[in-house]
Design a protein around this ligand. Structure first.
Ligand SMILES: N[C@@H](CCC[C@H](N)C(=O)O)C(=O)O
Length: 255
């Protein structure tokens, strides 16, 4: 079968044009295709499907083959793919697991409108919110040396999160006015990834709530630079949330 590989800030995906719905969905096959030793290698796999009401439908699987919640970088990569295929022009509206998304295509970036965020669980140690996927956000010092894998895994598989289906785990360091560095342990990949779009979105909104950061925040991740823009509409609610950054094709092939 024909596949494409895309990456957004180093969050990488196998992408399939599934408009004829011929992809044989199975957890085993997807995990095999995403395997970095025995397969193509990716943090997830996405299907671009046709939809009667929208430009296309995004179906996202984590690299372990389970169907994921929303993937922000995946969404940006799928928009680039749809544009490369000629399915969309420079503006699009598509449907994903968490609802409708608008996006715009620019030469160097894809800007993706995320779901509205309503309600943030704030504790002394962390913030927790749903930005399309569940995200834990904790501030640390010396992020470059931080053991993201061990601490992230402990939180993802610990209470109270494991009995609620688990969470993605983000560690954040403030690097300047309206600037953050973020590293993320991703559920479904069960490892640190080079970037997580819904994760950096959660971190930016948390930085607004905790630190008074303004509504355009630059976030450095292992795989590059992302930007989050938003409108705060209430004590802990946000609309017009945009995830902006690069999304590029890496290669294509037959599997
Ligand atoms: N990489 C993603 C998040 C993917 C979803 C996640 N792993 C889950 O199902 O919890 C992103 O860019 O948002």
């Amino acid at each position: 079968m024909k596949f494409y590989k895309y990456q957004g800030a180093g969050n990488d995906f196998v992408v399939i044009d599934d408009r004829d719905k011929s992809f044989p969905v199975s957890q085993e096959l997807i995990a095999q295709m995403c395997h970095r030793r025995f397969g193509i290698g990716a943090d997830g796999l996405m299907l671009l499907q046709s939809d009667e009401q929208y430009d296309f439908r995004m179906v996202y699987f984590n690299s372990d083959g389970t169907e994921g919640s929303m993937c922000g970088n995946g969404g940006r990569c799928l928009v680039r793919f749809a544009h490369d295929l000629g399915v969309i022009g420079d503006q699009t509206t598509f449907i994903a697991v968490d609802g409708e998304h608008e996006a715009s295509v620019n030469p160097a970036t894809i800007s993706l409108k995320m779901i509205d965020v309503k309600g943030v669980e704030k504790t002394e140690k962390y913030d927790f919110m749903n930005t399309g996927s569940p995200h834990y956000v904790e501030y640390v010092e010396n992020l470059a040396e931080y053991d993201v894998y061990s601490h992230g895994k402990g939180i993802r598989y610990g209470e109270p999160f494991v009995s609620k289906g688990g969470t993605n785990v983000n560690f954040v360091e403030v690097t300047g006015p309206n600037a953050l560095s973020v590293r993320t342990y991703e559920r479904g990949v069960e490892d640190e990834t080079y970037a997580c779009g819904t994760g950096v979105t959660a971190c930016a909104l948390s930085a607004n709530l905790r630190l008074g950061f303004e509504n355009a925040i630059d976030v450095k991740v292992l795989g590059g630079d992302l930007r989050i823009e938003f409108t705060k509409t209430g004590e802990d609610s946000f609309e017009n949330v945009y995830l902006i950054g690069p999304a590029v094709k890496v290669f294509e092939g037959e599997y």
